[in-house]
Design a binder for this molecule. Structure first.
Ligand SMILES: Cc1cc2nc3c(=O)[nH]c(=O)nc-3n(C[C@H](O)[C@H](O)[C@H](O)COP(=O)(O)OP(=O)(O)OC[C@H]3O[C@@H](n4cnc5c(N)ncnc54)[C@H](O)[C@@H]3O)c2cc1C
Length: 379
């Protein structure tokens, strides 16, 4: 039997939709199979940070050797943030993309030394993080607490709107000809000489090639073709405050505890930074109250005006995580035609380029960003 589609994409998050969009624009016939609704998992529930610099908590936790191994990945993130800045025009909708820089705020000399060491590793791959003293930091970010003694400022970081991005990419993918099927869980994948047959409750879907963009469940999807990958789902939570006057143009982190903080165009401040949500016995998620309080406390320590703002809403979702933070992008070893599209932890930042390079690889082209030393499949 001949393949019904050139490519089947499993997963309707931002990575799957972006890959499908590129593939269809480049002439492939594409079906996208999504278990639930488009963007209903991490891609629609993330905090909207466009991360570039090495995350400070992981730098301290895993050390310089890890940071040097991870550093080439920053080139991929930088290229992806470049694509973010073209994305609104490409899809014809305003995705609220702003790249005004990100700052890690320090309170101690030891934290300043760690920020400087991290900046040296970032510089080794061409990513500039300026190490700022107290007065320089105050000049850049006057909204910070007086307790800040300095920080690291990376001009290439920013933010975008997750609630707009995934639906916009879905519309662009449909316009490019992608056949999108929601509420269609892939339950098994069989391979034969003609390609792949993907089992779904609505019947089998045939495709010559498959893209695994199943996010936090990508390992389950890869296991369907016998490919083991070291990836899991981790429960996270994020909170947004009521709108406050325009104040914070940057992405803000703290060296004193886990924090990512940014102000949305409506004035609400989105506060997260990798705080765990609670998992029920049935696998559902709920806000962890202790982590909520700790997260809000750090935010108000760093930006005092937030101590006066009410939290409006918290939400939770599973993030796709790998132990060493490195992406798993490329054709699966031993399974020609099956492609992994996994960018962990900061996959919102990386989604535009992940989708593009996966489309490149599926279509037999050199990837737009070389993956050597970036994807674990290219070591
Ligand atoms: C709370 C939170 C905050 C975050 N904040 C940020 C941030 O600020 N910046 C940043 O860069 N990153 C952030 N991330 C990470 C980022 O959101 C993810 O890395 C990224 O969205 C992953 O995109 P994806 O398309 O690969 O996966 P997802 O968005 O998870 O999409 C995968 C899709 O695959 C579907 N699926 C799974 N299995 C199957 C199957 N068998 N059949 C069919 N469909 C299937 C799922 O239903 C899902 O819709 C955050 C994540 C969370 C959870």
């Amino acid at each position: 039997m001949t393949a019904a589609y050139d490519v089947a994409v499993v997963g309707g998050g931002l990575v799957g939709l972006t890959a499908a969009w590129h593939l269809a624009r480049d002439g492939a016939s594409v079906v996208l199979l999504e278990a639930g609704d488009l963007g209903a998992e991490a891609s629609g529930a993330n905090a909207g940070s466009l991360h570039l610099q090495i995350q400070y908590p992981e730098f301290v936790k895993y050390g310089e050797a890890w940071a040097r191994a991870y550093a080439p990945t920053l080139r991929f993130l930088a290229a992806s943030i470049d694509l973010w800045q073209e994305m609104s025009e490409a899809v014809g909708e305003d995705l609220n993309v702003r790249v005004k820089g990100g700052v890690v705020v320090a309170r101690t000399d030891a934290q300043m030394r760690a920020i400087a060491a991290k900046a040296r590793i970032e510089a080794s791959v061409g990513i500039v993080t300026e190490v700022l003293g107290r007065d320089e930091l105050r000049a850049v970010a006057p909204y910070l607490s007086d307790a800040a003694i300095g920080g690291g400022f990376c001009a290439g970081e920013g933010k975008a709107d997750p609630l707009r991005a995934t639906p916009a990419l879905a519309r662009a993918a449909v316009a490019a000809g992608v056949d999108i099927r929601t509420r269609t869980t892939v339950t098994g994948i069989a391979r034969d000489a003609q390609g792949f047959a993907l089992a779904t409750p609505g019947g089998a879907v045939r495709a010559a090639r498959v893209v695994d963009a199943a996010g936090a469940r990508a390992a389950d999807c890869a296991a369907m073709v016998g490919v083991p990958i070291d990836l899991g789902g981790f429960p996270l939570q994020v909170t947004v405050t009521e709108p406050v006057a325009p104040l914070i143009p940057h992405l803000v982190y703290s060296a004193a505890g886990k924090l990512s903080l940014k102000q949305a165009p409506n004035g609400g401040c989105v506060i997260g930074g990798g705080w765990a949500a609670r998992v029920h016995g049935d696998g559902g998620l709920a806000t962890d109250p202790a982590n909520f309080a700790a997260n809000m406390g750090i935010a108000a320590d760093v930006v005092p005006v937030l101590g006066q703002a009410r939290a409006l809403r918290s939400w939770t979702a599973w993030v796709n995580g790998t132990p060493d933070w490195r992406p798993i992008i490329g054709e699966a070893p031993g399974v020609p035609g099956f492609f992994l599209a996994i960018f962990p932890w900061v996959g919102f930042s990386a989604a535009p380029m992940t989708g593009r390079v996966v489309a490149d690889l599926v279509l037999g082209r050199a990837p737009t960003v070389p993956l050597d030393g970036i994807s674990v499949l290219y070591d």
